[in-house]
Design a protein around this ligand. Structure first.
Ligand code: HEM
Length: 407
């Protein structure tokens, strides 16, 4: 058995087209729409010889593979590496990269820490931070929205909500980029991100220790589970780490993409201003339309069949969530950003038992910013070219120059 990028090499299954493409080419990662469309065109699956993987990009099959944890496990890694064959770069996540029954135990603790009640208790704090930031940006007029807003806002509220006393913006953001780039092949993006490891990883580990967290944040609730004997002290630290790995880059990206959508489609901003009750479905449409987490893997844990295609045990499957969210079969007019659509079943927050446990929090952060914008801003204008930043798993903006038209 040969290994490619740390997983078992496979032969293309019968009926699956071979497609000579590199999904991790920085050009594709920055502007993936044509690649998404071609992947859907190929059929339920395509075999990609460069990495000896199957890729899926139609909604139904992607949903099936992504959410069926018994056949397609996460414990063998959600990137290209198969943890049953190679040691990962860091100890695996105790929630994202495990299966039931262990997953149910740790997930329950995160659900408790991030409960709707715990999130709702932060609403006033989130809103006043958003109001202050948007006032300052209206005053400024023109600004670089990735750094000044999409990064600045979550960094101003999220670490405090976890219980950090000394957030370091750069390290938190770079850690996210590292975790997500690590899911791809051994390419330039992964190597550059990993080079920051010796500086960032010990700092992150230190921040997650009980004595470095205050008594009121999500971190404290996680450590309380250790006091009750539900998990060990070390597991608690690892679960706090999961919040940092998964909660910063994703929200920065979701917020940046929200601004990009409304700057690019001003008629939709007008529509939202006319009816602010559309805010919640509007963010779902942003998630569908831009898909911040563009691709994650699963590993077949047994020989099985999906849509008549035989898949052998050990096969790595790249679930291209961005392609699935643009599937016309599921959403007619999928290439249109339309905030009145109710995009039920989009995969922007995942699906099944691993669906995003921090989604209420992410929605609360984006809602606070958008409410402040709706109250204080008449229009959002692109003042230059939006540039997307290639990352092996995240579809994020690098630059978004915009201007707010104040009221
Ligand atoms: C717009 C923002 C966000 C997006 C687009 C997003 C997206 C996702 C996706 C697609 C998954 C599924 C992964 C899989 O099935 O393999 C996921 C899981 C997860 N997310 Fe989020 N996320 C966001 C915000 C957050 C926040 C704010 C937190 C923490 C406070 C968080 C923590 C997690 C964790 C811990 C998991 C793993 C859950 C499990 O395996 O049971 N996420 N997220």
């Amino acid at each position: 058995m040969g290994l490619i990028e740390g997983h078992m090499a496979i032969e293309p299954p019968d009926g699956v087209p071979v497609w000579d493409v590199d999904p991790y080419d920085p050009v594709i990662l920055a502007n993936p729409d044509d690649y998404y469309a071609e992947l859907r065109e190929k059929g339920p699956f395509a075999y990609i010889p460069k990495y000896s993987i199957l890729a899926c990009g139609r909604h139904d099959e992607t949903h099936e593979v992504f959410s069926d944890w018994e056949r397609f496990v996460s414990s063998r890694g959600v990137g290209l590496q198969d943890f049953s064959l190679e040691t990962p770069w860091r100890p695996p996540s105790l929630v994202l990269e495990v299966d039931p029954p262990y997953h149910s135990r740790t997930r329950k603790i995160l659900v408790r820490a991030l409960s709707p009640k715990a999130t709702a208790a932060l609403a006033d704090k989130f809103q006043s931070a958003a109001d202050t930031l948007i006032d300052a940006l209206v005053e400024k007029g023109r600004f670089e929205a990735v750094e000044d807003l999409a990064e600045a806002y979550p960094i101003s509220v999220f670490p405090g909500a976890v219980g950090f006393r000394q957030p370091d913006k750069r390290r938190l953001i770079d850690y996210g980029a590292m975790v997500f780039n690590a899911l791809g092949p051994d390419n330039e993006l992964r190597r550059t991100a990993m080079a920051r490891g010796p500086d960032i990883v010990p700092w992150i580990t230190e921040q997650c220790r009980r004595e470095n967290l205050d008594a009121s944040g999500f971190g404290a609730t996680i450590y309380a589970a250790a006091d009750e004997g539900e998990i060990t002290e070390e597991e608690a630290g690892m679960l706090v780490r999961s919040l940092l790995s998964a909660g910063v880059d994703t929200t920065v990206t979701g917020l940046g993409s929200t601004l990009w959508c409304f700057a690019t489609f001003p008629d939709q901003f007008e529509k939202l201003k006319a009816d602010p009750s559309l805010l919640r479905p509007a963010f779902e449409e942003v998630l569908r339309f831009t898909t911040p987490v563009h691709s994650f893997c699963r590993t077949a844990n047994l020989d099985t069949t999906v849509s008549g295609i035989e898949i052998c045990q050990g096969t790595k499957i790249l679930c291209v969530l961005g392609a699935a969210n643009g599937d016309e079969r599921k959403w007619p007019g999928a290439d249109r950003f339309d905030i009145s659509r109710r995009p039920m079943g989009h995969l922007g927050m995942g699906a099944g038992i691993h669906n995003c446990v921090g989604q209420n929090l992410a929605r609360a952060e984006v809602a606070a910013v958008m409410k402040a914008i709706l109250n204080k801003v008449d229009g959002i204008e692109l003042t230059g070219k939006a540039v997307w930043r290639p990352n092996n798993a995240i579809h994020a903006l690098d630059k978004l120059p915009i201007a707010f038209k104040g009221k």
